[in-house]
Ligand binder design. Sequence first.
Ligand SMILES: [Ca+2]
Length: 256
Amino acid sequence: MKIRIGVPILLFTCTVIGHSAPDPVPVFEESFNQANERIRYVNGATIGTPGTGLSGKLSDRAYISVPKTTEQDPQSPAGYATTVFAPEPMEAFTVTFWYLLEEQTPELQVPLSFASCTILLHRHGFEVRVGQPSGKDVQFVPGVKGPILDWTTAGRWIFAAITWERATNTMIFNQGTNDQVVTFMRDMKKPSAAEPATPRKNLDRAPEVIGNMHARGDRPIAGRLDNIRIFNRALNQHEIEGIRRADTENRAPEIR
Ligand SMILES: [Ca+2]
């Protein structure tokens, strides 16, 4: 009898421990599902019509950008966050977002350029720059070509999740799609110790930009973005997969 009683107690204990880990907290989150005042859209960047978001449901919309092919720069599309999301130095972060390119990207395009982190997309994959207090960026250029599909495949929603930790100065790249779970792509560790990720000194000239960058040039993305989130710690792959799955169903991840 004692054994039969002991088993349920053990299971109960494990359940309690399993739920004790703190939930990740997004410090920035944008799903574009309805117009709001947190993002200012310029030069043709806009929120798409109902059903343009990654789930395809009518309640789901996306950021859409169709760059003009004129030489009248800087007339390129961009969305500006109206507030700085991370005024304090960050010891770690995770960026997750979805993108759909209009065509196999022949040139540099920038899905996101936030104060602490700029993400660039080009033929060889992602390049990520982490802002430092010294004003110099730490650059990670993994040149990822993945087993699922290329980062630059056009006409398909691709889920990207990138984590960085100052303690080890390691950046991890993960990828997924609507129907393929998050897969580890590559990690990169820089030999020198990094500083906390901080907003750049010239923040007035390099605001937080969606779908473009304005710090050093004009690199609008041609396509769509959806469900951008930034967390103030490096999430593990299980947590990232939970976000991907929730996004495909157009529901909020179980985070708070
Ligand atoms: Ca959306």
